[in-house]
Unconditional design. Structure first.
Length: 168
């Protein structure tokens, strides 16, 4: 990349491993708590929830919005939640995950850092993510909806009318 040149990608991209980024977004401030794990099981989710629990001041309640994913439906996770009444859990159906603001943040880190980099190992990728988190959290910005509720409902109404009149 350079000034005035379009971004390019190679056709022979080779993946050198993967990681799972667990992230918690403070919707009021835009700050993100994030951590990478090599696997995506309830054990890793429990570790991350502990990080969030320790990072948030004790006088505040924690509201976690999670994907409709089996990692948070285990007995181990349920028991952890019972011991932490300040933590409230919400599960979104897969089809509405786009409404989740943290999804927008994942898109941002993907476009700003991950897609632009070349990583020869999982460790390099995880270091890049950690560095991005540190830089991002120096001046976090909350995401704001760009449309009013009325505009969104009007768009939905138009969409529904269009789809109902379409022959099946």
């Amino acid at each position: 990349m350079g000034p005035g040149l379009p971004e390019s990608r190679t056709h022979d991209y080779r993946r050198h491993g993967t990681t799972s980024l667990f992230a918690a977004l403070n919707v009021a401030t835009g700050e993100v708590i994030g951590h990478c794990y090599r696997r995506h099981r309830s054990v890793e989710l429990l570790k991350f929830r502990h990080v969030v629990d320790q990072s948030v001041p004790k006088d505040l309640e924690i509201h976690l919005v999670l994907y409709n994913h089996s990692t948070h439906k285990t007995e181990m996770i349920h028991n952890w939640l019972l011991r932490r009444p300040r933590v409230h859990l919400y599960s979104t159906p897969t089809s509405v995950s786009r409404l989740n603001l943290v999804e927008r943040w994942f898109a941002k880190i993907t476009s700003d850092r991950i897609r632009r980099g070349t990583y020869r190992s999982t460790k390099e990728l995880e270091t890049a993510i950690k560095d991005y988190l540190e830089i991002y959290n120096e001046a976090p910005k909350p995401f704001n909806w760009t449309k009013s509720a009325e505009q969104i409902l009007e768009s939905l109404k138009t969409y529904c009318k269009r789809n109902n009149s379409t022959p099946h």
